[in-house]
Design a binder for this molecule. Structure first.
Ligand SMILES: Nc1ncnc2c1ncn2[C@@H]1O[C@H](COP(=O)(O)OP(=O)(O)OP(=O)(O)O)[C@@H](O)[C@H]1O
Length: 237
């Protein structure tokens, strides 16, 4: 696939638990391409978080290979991998992971400062992103002064700060009620539909998975199906 961003080649992940071995992923080969909105779905313990950590290159496989933009991640130095990951992938976690002592604006500025983007350019970009997620009036609020849905929107703005090609979301609405969750999934959907971002989302929630264009299904560490979501829904439906 020419547009491949991430490729798994016979990937296994095995955890050692005392004298037992747990095969959390078993021989998974898959390609994730530009412009797809993929949901990785499956019951608890099926290997979703394990796969998510590997897709995000936060972990390495026990066996097999992972390629990020054509580069075998096991052959990269940790610092080179961190730089490639930082440029390519934006992370959205269930628990937001915002810094409590910083305002919404400062939280979004942080990755831009790490990339040493000049102050005024960084501030303009961070403000644009907070506007994009509908929070222009909350930029000076700290996380504790924001609702859960608003905090998740700040974390999406932060994930977008370095203009990543891929947005990787782990149960992005898991800590939210259904109405606030819908606001968050609507933003991810628009990022895919209108901004052409590649979105990869891990969820056990089949309603949420309905917004994705592709479904990868895991069971007991095996990929049991992979294909287009023929019944894709949009936030307007
Ligand atoms: N660090 C670890 N050490 C040992 N076993 C682990 C570790 N992480 C995960 N596992 C095991 O690997 C399997 C897959 O776990 P994983 O967290 O990937 O599943 P999941 O589909 O994300 O589950 P959930 O929906 O409950 O988060 C499970 O049997 C789990 O107990």
């Amino acid at each position: 696939m020419e547009n491949t961003l991430i490729a798994f080649q016979n990937v296994w992940k095995t955890y050692q638990m005392g004298e037992f071995q747990v095969n959390a992923l078993k021989n998974v080969s898959v390609k994730l391409g530009k412009g797809e909105f993929t949901a990785i779905i499956g019951p608890s313990g099926s290997g979703k978080s394990t796969m998510m950590n590997l897709v995000g290159c936060l972990d390495i496989p026990s066996r097999g290979k992972i390629f990020l933009k054509g580069r075998d991640i096991s052959r990269l130095q940790e610092s080179d991998l961190a730089a490639l990951r930082g440029r390519t992938i934006g992370f959205v976690f269930q628990q937001y992971n915002l810094i409590p002592g910083m305002t919404a604006l400062e939280n979004v500025l942080l990755p831009l400062e790490i990339q040493e983007i000049e102050d005024r350019t960084a501030e303009k970009k961070a403000k644009e992103l907070l506007e994009l997620v509908g929070l222009s009036d909350k930029m000076q609020n700290k996380p504790a002064q924001l609702s859960g849905g608003q905090q998740q929107r700040v974390s999406i703005a932060r994930a977008l700060a370095c203009n990543p090609e891929i947005v990787l979301a782990d149960e992005p609405t898991g800590a939210l009620d259904s109405i606030t969750g819908k606001e968050v999934i609507s933003i991810l959907y628009r990022l895919w539909k209108e901004k052409g971002k590649t979105v990869v989302m891990v969820t056990h929630d089949m309603h949420l998975a309905g917004f994705a264009s592709r479904h990868i299904r895991l069971k007991d560490g095996e990929m049991i199906s992979d294909g287009p979501n023929k019944a894709q829904i949009s936030p307007e439906t």
